[in-house]
Design a protein around this ligand. Sequence first.
Ligand code: SF4
Length: 253
Amino acid sequence: MFPFEDKADFYVINTCSVTSLGDRKSRQIIRRAQRQNEQAVIAVCGCYAQVHPEEIKAIEGVRVVLGTKERSHIVEYVEQAAREDGILDEVGNIMEAKDFEDIPLYDMPQRTRAFLKIEDGCQNFCSYCIIPYARGPVKSRHLDKIHAEAAKLVAAGFKEIVLTGIHLGAYGRDLPEDVTLADACREVLRVEGLKRLRLGSLESIELSPDLFELIRSDERFCAHLHLPLQAGSDAVLKGMNRHYDTAEFRPAH
Ligand code: SF4
């Protein structure tokens, strides 16, 4: 691996599409890679590639386009593109993706706080958000895989694990077992040596009594929640297609 400023034979660019600025920055960085080495194999993946693969393929130098799945096979696709001519387009219909793509950690550059992704996808369809079209429906990581990954992180010296997901509160809804986010937290807390557990962004209406009890009873659980309320007006929340109103998140007196 090289710093991005260096000339490389292969570039893998993971794109964002949460705003039009993300799209523009992604295009800029792809062009920059192409200028650095006109012969390089440039592979582009991520949300922008998933939603607008044709725009990505139109940029000179792009040889592989992947969306938000199949990323665990990116090395094989890059090798294939290096052998063949043309553009390898592996962007599938994300709405048909049903399983969490398990991509284990290979490299751990720092050793304090690790982000552990346990869920992907969202089917809330807030009116302003492109994510459901880029990530598809909810896909949860299995509890045994979560435990194994958490144990690996703790063994590598991480003190804190932050559980993340695109729609974290929906964890488990797609799995045949009857499991919830609280079960995923319990699984991580079973790992010996873990000092702190924290949750990424969550919808306020998805906080269960079970989860609150766990936060209250296990001192390793950081009493910190990031709740994106989005608006203080019921009319705006309705227009946003958010599934709660202001009364639901106003503190009880
Ligand atoms: S819940 Fe979040 S990710 Fe899902 S559609 Fe709404 S803003 Fe987007």
